[in-house]
Design a protein around this ligand. Structure first.
Ligand code: TXA
Ligand code: MG
Length: 557
């Protein structure tokens, strides 16, 4: 199919031809065709919303899942009762105040609106776009226009007619070029079928503007947090990974100066940056897009999709993006960036919480660490870092050789753990010395890994957490303990060994009293199964992390 371009950007002195172009566009819609249309938010992919076949064409052209409903575009509130039932007075109040404009209201639908359009829902989204050309086309067509954003499903939305051509050329009948969109992010979606009304998608109309009229509005969870598996958002479209460029995105929130510095510290060759204008200079030589000044969210909204789309034209491996706060249009801009990042967000305002975990074999430390990971934390295995550094750090190897003699390294330069063990395990002073040497070298490496961790909660896993001094890096330490008899059974089952060996292993380690005495908290594992303990551990850490955050917020460390 040839996609024609209907250019309405240059309208000076061409009155006749403008009318012809609008008539042509309306004709395409009336005939069941598909048409790219400009709106103030983003370009839409329009069809007659009452024509099931035409609507099906939208889903096909976009590759859009059939369970994601479309919104209807109308020229004004007079059209609401035609397609909506029981329209509440508030809908008219809001329409009077904000239409035409970037507000979509979810209302009860009338049967005249086909299932195909609403994906079987008994509600329908209604919007009156603030674009003179599109309003004229809808009036002329005389039908409500179903129009999702004109991008291919999953890609960032289109804010110019060229963007639409890039995604839809050959798949639709035409594109009306009405110039670049002035708002740049999609409409704000407000569900009026619930009381109080609920914000399903932040957009071009700031939440605060709505709240000034209606009072407090609940914000749907899907706006700010990733959905858990199986969870259904109220706006079906919010469940899809949206707006995503091909390269993975990480978003940084917090003070712009801090996020710029953090990004600069993390950048490696081949990565791309989305930054506020004033930090442009920090990222010379990198593939980058500027979002606008950090205090001008209207410009950021105009540019956010263009920035995300632009990276698909180059080969960046990863994109690091600065992100505005949630006030005003910032809620919509940050929502689009975070969705593009699959909610991979590093919040520099939100301080890190560092937990130290220790405990003897078979007590359940591994399961406790799994609980922390399940809560979105990162685990750093200190033993592993130690062994890696034994291989890679000349300083550490040199220190060990200087104190314990060259003989603790074999001919290939590999540490002979047995030889070292013989020197330290019989002599507590020597063990202290070793711990001291190791911690001095390992500390900066652990701090580096903590700073680079992709999450705010971090657990340091160390059997000798306290003896090594690693506990000094932690906000709180937790001893995982468990009755000896249970530990024996667990070790036997886990490692397939006989009881006497299991007991031997346990007795070679420090008793629970030691860990209990040295740590801030004890997490006792009396559970019969690992799953049961996992649940208990999750509850324990959820409370502990909350408490630590609260303490930090109150200035108590
Ligand atoms: O600014 C906009 O709203 C643009 C322009 C073209 O008007 N349109 C747009 O449409 O963004 P779309 O389809 O890309 O996004 C509409 C969102 C989807 O997440 C969809 O799931 C949700 O609205 N939606 C539509 N009907 C709904 C309903 N009855 N109840 C809840 N959510 C609904
Ligand atoms: Mg969309």
């Amino acid at each position: 199919m040839d996609t024609i371009r209907i250019d309405l950007t240059d309208t000076r002195g061409q009155q006749k031809s403008v009318e012809d172009k609008i008539a042509l566009a309306a004709q395409i819609l009336r005939n069941g065709g598909l048409l790219g249309i400009p709106t103030e938010t983003v370009y839409g992919l329009a069809a007659n919303g009452l024509d099931e076949k035409a609507v099906l064409g939208i889903f096909e052209a976009k590759g859009r899942p059939q369970d994601n409903p479309l919104i209807l575009h109308v020229p004004g509130p007079q059209w609401l009762p035609r397609y909506c039932a029981d329209v509440p007075p508030l809908a008219y109040v809001l329409a009077r105040k904000f239409w035409p404009g970037p507000l979509t209201m979810i209302l009860k639908r009338r049967p005249v609106v086909p299932d195909r359009t609403t994906a079987g829902l008994d509600t329908v989204g209604m919007r009156c776009p603030n674009h003179p050309v599109t309003l004229a086309i809808i009036r002329e067509a005389g039908v409500p226009v179903a129009a999702p954003s004109a991008n291919s499903s999953g890609r960032p939305s289109c804010t110019t007619a060229d963007d639409v051509m890039e995604d839809m050329n050959g798949k639709i009948d035409g594109v009306v070029d009405g110039g670049p969109c002035t708002v740049g992010v999609e409409s704000t979606i407000l569900d009026l079928t619930v009381d109080p009304p609920r914000l399903l998608r932040p957009g071009g109309l700031p939440l605060e503007d709505l709240e000034r009229i209606i009072g407090k509005i609940e914000v749907d969870k899907a706006v700010t947090t990733p959905l858990k598996e199986g969870e259904q958002p109220k706006a079906p479209g919010m469940k899809y990974r949206h707006y995503a460029p091909k390269a993975p995105v990480t978003v940084f929130t917090g003070n712009p100066r801090c996020t710029a510095q953090e990004i600069a510290a993390r950048l490696k060759p081949g990565m791309g940056v989305i930054c506020f204008d004033e930090f442009d200079g920090l990222f010379a030589g990198y593939e980058k897009r500027c979002l606008g000044p950090s205090d001008d969210k209207a410009i950021q909204a105009q540019r956010v999709f263009d920035a995300l789309r632009a990276f698909d034209g180059c080969d960046v491996t990863e994109i690091l993006a600065q992100c505005p706060d949630n006030r005003g249009l910032g809620l919509a801009v940050s929502n689009r960036l975070k969705k593009a990042a699959g909610f991979h967000v590093i919040d520099l305002e939100d301080e890190q919480v560092i937990l130290g975990l220790t405990g003897g074999t078979g007590a359940g430390k591994t399961t406790a660490l799994r609980a922390i990971e399940a809560l979105g934390g990162t685990v750093i295995d200190c033993d592993r870092v130690y062994y890696e550094m034994l291989r890679s750090s000349e300083e550490l190897r040199g220190d060990i050789a200087a104190t314990f003699g060259e003989t603790v390294f074999d001919a290939d330069g590999v540490l002979d753990r047995k030889a070292l063990g013989q020197q330290v395990f019989a002599d507590p002073d020597r063990l202290d010395q070793l711990n001291h040497i190791v911690f001095r070298r390992i500390r900066p490496e652990l701090q580096r890994r903590i700073a680079a961790a992709p999450t705010r909660v971090i657990a340091l896993d160390a059997i000798n957490l306290v003896e090594s001094g690693t506990d000094a890096l932690c906000d709180r330490t937790v001893a995982v303990t468990s009755p000896v008899e249970l530990r024996v059974r667990r070790i036997m089952a886990r490692d397939g060994i006989e009881e006497q060996y299991a007991r031997l292993r346990i007795s070679a380690q420090k008793p629970d009293e030691f860990y209990r005495g040295k740590c801030d908290f004890e997490l006792r594992n009396d559970a019969e199964t690992a799953e049961e303990f996992l649940t208990q551990a999750k509850e324990f850490f959820t409370k502990l992390i909350e408490q630590i955050k609260e303490d930090k917020a109150n200035g108590r460390k």
